[in-house]
Design a protein around this ligand. Sequence first.
Ligand SMILES: Nc1nc2c([nH]c(=O)n2[C@H]2C[C@H](O)[C@@H](COP(=O)(O)OP(=O)(O)OP(=O)(O)O)O2)c(=O)[nH]1
Ligand SMILES: [Mg+2]
Length: 133
Amino acid sequence: MKIVRVVAAVIKSANEKGEPIIFATQRGYGEFKGGWEFPGGKIEEGETPHEALKREIKEELDTEISVGDLIDTIEYDYPKFHLSMDCFWAEIIAGDLVLKEHDAAKWLIKEDLDSVEWLPADISLIHSIEKKM
Ligand SMILES: Nc1nc2c([nH]c(=O)n2[C@H]2C[C@H](O)[C@@H](COP(=O)(O)OP(=O)(O)OP(=O)(O)O)O2)c(=O)[nH]1
Ligand SMILES: [Mg+2]
């Protein structure tokens, strides 16, 4: 099966109460339109995962991030391809998270992680984030 290598950013911040929050985005196009995910995309030839993630977040959200530790690498079989997705903690350096491609976005506290319809591959990631938030 075709393997698609993807990087995704779990952008972390804090709300007014000082609680940790993460940034979730809703896909605006394609076969998974409407599903919730972490911003990011496919690694291009010659790029490191780190470079790919910084590029994707600039393209999708017009925002510069610093990339932190790897949270998990998700391996998931979709009917048409195998997804291998490196998911990193990230923080905003500059920019306002402008939605260039997504339909909607939300900052979620730990207790609200289950409140959106995540893409199937993201379910196991949500569990590890929940433990680490
Ligand atoms: N970015 C992202 N993609 C995810 C997640 N979960 C998940 O199953 N995917 C899938 C959906 C897509 O098939 C693939 C990533 O594709 P993408 O559409 O983000 O790639 P891209 O930004 O490079 O966009 P494109 O140029 O290929 O349209 O991984 C996730 O949390 N974030
Ligand atoms: Mg993308």
